[in-house]
Design a protein. Structure first.
Length: 347
């Protein structure tokens, strides 16, 4: 039997390389040799805790990873767009395209979703993945595999910004400058937002936020965040806000950063329900809270923006590790809050 190498999480913080059977390539699927994979915050939650909310390993081994790019090595029967040798990125959610949500164009809410690296579904930290051709996109020639692996978090930023309803020249504040915060800042810049304020405790991340498009940065250690934001926004606060930390405090405080009638988008992963929210003032001030779960039809758009030079997401990659050292890469990503943003594993 032909096998491939895969990193398998056997229990929290324990991974090993195993030889697993090569995936079957079904009709309409291509076989992708994975070349680069980004480590996501959600991978880290599974790595350290074995679960996020209801998605739990429950003692079953799991292959992590869902941000990947690679090369097509086989095209199954019925494939028409892609052929062997194409350099591609893989959209990691596999919707059924048959249920009511899929048919309504809201495939991120598919009732039968299969999502890479989320229990019980295996991810892409293995050498080969067989995936439906319609969810695999050819990369522009000038895009590297590493950049390809960064597209997925960029699509989250693009989805959040699109979904918020922000228009050009509108003001925005982004709280939390991890990968999703950075990608949101960059998406805001790309669509032509006005004042873009980045908030984070790490000076290194605020520097990076400027590179990604923030017009102003605020470190909460330097004083009152709400007051500084008001100074930068005619005294009233931002019109749009994006939360990408996922702590009780940031969820609660963000309403203090915006003007009446503002829209607040929650992108951070909160692990517990029961988080207090300032609902009375939200009602009295006419605030709108939105959430974003994954993305719909954003991958090709993200690549178009990069191809024409309107977006450049590569700076967020701070560390690279070879496949054999993937566990080190995970430990770096867990530990490296001060100097790391996106850690990439190269196969
Ligand atoms: Zn991700
Ligand atoms: Zn569906």
């Amino acid at each position: 039997m032909e096998t491939m190498r895969a990193w398998v999480l056997t229990e929290p913080r324990k991974m090993e390389i195993r030889a697993l059977p090569m995936p079957d390539v079904k009709e309409g699927e291509v076989l992708v040799r994975i070349k680069s994979m980004g480590i996501c915050g959600s991978d880290l939650h599974f790595y350290t805790d074995g679960k996020i909310g209801d998605y739990a390993m429950n003692g079953k081994p799991l292959i992590l990873g869902h941000e990947c790019a690679g090369e097509v090595v086989k095209a199954g029967e019925g494939c028409s767009r892609l052929s062997v040798g194409d350099r591609v990125i893989v959209e990691p959610g596999k919707p059924c395209m048959r249920c009511d949500e899929c048919r309504a164009g809201r495939y991120n809410f598919c009732h039968n979703m299969y999502f890479m690296g989320t229990p019980p579904w295996d991810g892409c930290m293995c050498e080969y993945v067989a995936w439906p051709e319609f969810l695999v996109y050819e990369m522009p020639e000038d895009m590297s595999y590493q950049e390809g692996a960064l597209i997925e978090p960029f699509t989250v930023g693009l989805q959040g910004v699109t979904n918020s309803g922000i228009g050009y020249a509108d003001s925005a504040v982004v709280v939390g400058c991890g990968t999703i915060g950075m990608m949101t800042i960059h998406a805001l810049k790309t669509i032509g937002a006005g004042t873009i304020i980045a908030v984070d405790m790490e000076p290194f991340k605020l520097e990076m936020a400027k590179k990604m498009g923030a017009t102003d940065t605020i470190n909460p250690r330097d004083g009152d965040v709400a007051e500084k934001i008001r100074e930068l926004t005619d005294g009233y606060g931002a019109r749009y806000a994006f939360e990408s930390v996922g702590t009780e405090k940031t969820f609660y405080d963000i309403s203090g950063y915006v003007r009446d009638g503002a829209t607040i988008t929650l992108l951070g992963l909160l692990i517990d329900d029961g988080t207090p929210m300032p609902m009375s003032s939200a009602v009295m001030r006419g605030l709108t809270y939105k959430t974003v779960i994954r993305y719909v039809n954003q991958f090709e758009k993200a690549m178009t923006l990069i191809h024409y030079g309107r977006a450049n997401i590569l700076p967020v990659m701070t560390h690279q590790f070879p496949f054999e050292k993937a566990q080190e890469a995970f430990d770096k990503a867990v530990a490296g809050k001060k100097d790391s943003i996106k850690v990439v594993v190269d196969f």
